[in-house]
Design a protein around this ligand. Sequence first.
Ligand SMILES: *[C@@H]1O[C@H](CO)[C@@H](O)[C@H](O)[C@H]1NC(C)=O
Ligand SMILES: *[C@@H]1O[C@H](CO)[C@@H](O)[C@H](O)[C@H]1NC(C)=O
Ligand SMILES: *[C@@H]1O[C@H](CO)[C@@H](O)[C@H](O)[C@H]1NC(C)=O
Ligand SMILES: *[C@@H]1O[C@H](CO)[C@@H](O)[C@H](O)[C@H]1NC(C)=O
Ligand SMILES: *[C@@H]1O[C@H](CO)[C@@H](O)[C@H](O)[C@H]1NC(C)=O
Ligand SMILES: *[C@@H]1O[C@H](CO)[C@@H](O)[C@H](O)[C@H]1NC(C)=O
Length: 766
Amino acid sequence: MEAKSQLLFSTLFLFFVSLHANTLQTYVVQLHPHGVISSLFTSKLHWHLSFIEQTLSSEEDPSSRLLYSYHSAMEGFAAQLTRSELESLQKLPDVIAIRPDRRLQVQTTYSYKFLGLSPTNGGAWYESQFGHGSIIGVLDTGIWPESPSFDDHGMPPVPKKWRGVCQEGQSFNSSNCNRKLIGARFFTKGHRVASTTVSPNIIQEYVSPRDSTGHGTHTSSTAAGTSVSMASVLGNAGGVARGMAPGAHIAVYKVCWFNGCYSSDILAAMDVAIRDGVDVLSLSLGGFPLPLFDDSIAIGSFRAMEHGISVVCAAGNNGPLQSSVANIAPWIATVGASTIDRRFPAIVRMADGGLLYGESMYPGNQFSKTEKELDLIYVTGGDGGSEFCLKGSLPIAEVRGKMVVCDRGVNGRAEKGQVVKEAGGAAMILANTEINLEEDSVDVHVLPATLVGFAESVRLKVYINSTRRARARIIFGGTVIGRSRAPAVAQFSARGPSLYTPTILKPDVIAPGVNIIAAWPQNLGPSSLPEDNRRVNFTVMSGTSMACPHVSGITALIRSAHPKWSPAAIKSAIMTTADGNDHFGKPIMDGNKPPAVFAIGAGHVNPEKAINPGLIYDITPDEYVTHLCTLGYTESEIFTITHRNVSCYENLRMNRGFSLNYPSISVVFKHGKKSTMIRRRLTNVGSPNSIYSVKVTAPEDVEMRIKPQRLIFKYVNQSLIYRIWIISRKRMTKDRMSFAQGQLAWVHSGNSSFYRVRSPISVTWK
Ligand SMILES: *[C@@H]1O[C@H](CO)[C@@H](O)[C@H](O)[C@H]1NC(C)=O
Ligand SMILES: *[C@@H]1O[C@H](CO)[C@@H](O)[C@H](O)[C@H]1NC(C)=O
Ligand SMILES: *[C@@H]1O[C@H](CO)[C@@H](O)[C@H](O)[C@H]1NC(C)=O
Ligand SMILES: *[C@@H]1O[C@H](CO)[C@@H](O)[C@H](O)[C@H]1NC(C)=O
Ligand SMILES: *[C@@H]1O[C@H](CO)[C@@H](O)[C@H](O)[C@H]1NC(C)=O
Ligand SMILES: *[C@@H]1O[C@H](CO)[C@@H](O)[C@H](O)[C@H]1NC(C)=O
């Protein structure tokens, strides 16, 4: 999910209203897994086809309507049906849910150093042997296998358990896989049938695992790219590029195409990936939040989790909108985006002497360099969108030779540069609007350019208005590291509270997602524009898409160090060791205010600590089922998600006072409720004879009591339970919703070890 599309909601709605009664539409049909046992069919495929056969009104071959038959991520199939066929299908026995196919969107040389990983000094990379032997499955736009980041020099052999393939296709054959890239497949059926009715295939795209857009190459190398020295983007940010788990293997599942990523294709990829034997699934994609029983990713990942596979997803780029966080299932690690402390200053000096801070990756700023002063122009008033520099909107006579101001939004950032260049403009200033505020995602522009924040853009426009001949120059300042406060929350990073499951705090963590440098296809320009003839092995991108694979890589590191840990244990290790403070020791900021837990979750990932967390909060698959009961889901909704037949009445009677053993704490007081008791269970994965004591910062207007105050672990693997009473002291007014936050940490300082196992707490009144 790249930080571009504010238009996601409207495009999806347009897509749904264009349906007519007789047009074919793709549906994902979920079946009762016991049905096949009682039926007479020789294979699941035949059984699935029989459902289509029963609903077709004509003599058509049912297999012409079938897109996928699913077995592992879900029991069921994807098929194209008309409205009336859908209605008759709904009436058949063993059909438990039908969902229309849904379109989702795809949402470094330096970030590993920023996260404190070092290849030489022992630590997490040493303990995990760089993620040795773990397999990360990346669901994305494919991969550019020739990139030096996927060289398999020094990689261990393909793990014996691996059952995947290297699927051949356009410009991709089995020799493109190696010991780094051990598997590659593509899933195009859902996309293909949807795209013929939505828009013609205008973009050249490889029908194979080969990446046409660069996104998947970038995310795969962020998760597990090998070390590449002398990596730079046209001279910017030179250094060693390396993924988070350079010793891990990559398996690529191409599910995203120019038109988006369809849930039928995503589910097919998860279905196969579970059988292939991946250890981690990395999904840098998503849409708007959905209830768990309507969300194919939530359903497929429940099955993956039961198989011991960790699922890591992007939180989405619709921040700072409240409750925009997607991929909210508690068995998923949901990752928001943070900034890192690497900057590419490109300052605007206006002719009146005023300076505006901006950033850019134009190759001019490889070294400090001052461009010449130019006339400034901001073209407004027309109806062609000239203030946004839309294609063809700029009057060439007015723009030629000038520095053009373009507002952010509507079209891509780099595309605006191309539009200015085509109109004869000599330079560009990209001006943030209220939507982006001071968020600075840099691009590799095709002409001298910089991006300024909202406050600067207001000053710039006032200056342009104040004089008859506005002039300015750009001063490029090279690559600057370590001087700015970081990490901070990225403006676009999706925020909680979770719309459908507010008792689970989401996102879980944040990780670097702004201006991330990673591998890039060798036939694409660094700006992604078709007109860009420059060639690079690395480029810069921003989005929660870039944050997600950082956590996928860290997950692989922990898995290699602790092969028996469950996905919940690994996620707990990442969450309870995450940092709440930035590198200056001050609370991580969200714009100009300290962030709410709804922006950062447990905090900013810290892989060095996560590899050795001391204690973990583990969760069994059964406990997730009980949790779904406590959410008030119906038994059929729970069945849809878990494929388990559960009586919530019985389940909750057996598990009185149940609370999910989640590593963060989120309490909702509604209907005047004033207190609650929560239970948590900690397991010792540190040293025997460890004593932990609790340190609490209670949220405002809340009293907290914890029993016991000390946990004495005699053995490794020993589990101990504690209870938290949370009592509201707030004088309720008729206000709208209100929030408060705090934290709780179990701290052990032994002779040679120090552990701090921290959980954020959020309280919501409504
Ligand atoms: C795969 O492609 C490469 C390069 O295009 C070619 O040299 C090789 O012979 C091909 N291998 C197979 C098995 O087709
Ligand atoms: C610039 O001046 C015009 C006309 O006086 C006015 O409409 C516009 O709001 C001004 N813009 C800014 C950014 O001050
Ligand atoms: C990209 O990497 C390949 C293989 O290592 C190398 O041959 C090529 O020169 C690199 N391209 C650039 C633009 O650095
Ligand atoms: C599911 O549970 C219900 C009630 O406990 C029971 O009647 C039914 O037979 C069960 N179905 C299956 C397929 O296990
Ligand atoms: C802890 O449990 C794990 C998994 O059951 C086991 O592999 C490990 O040996 C145990 N460690 C100790 C010290 O008992
Ligand atoms: C600290 O070290 C001493 C001496 O080696 C040992 O007796 C004691 O048990 C240790 N304490 C802890 C908390 O590990």
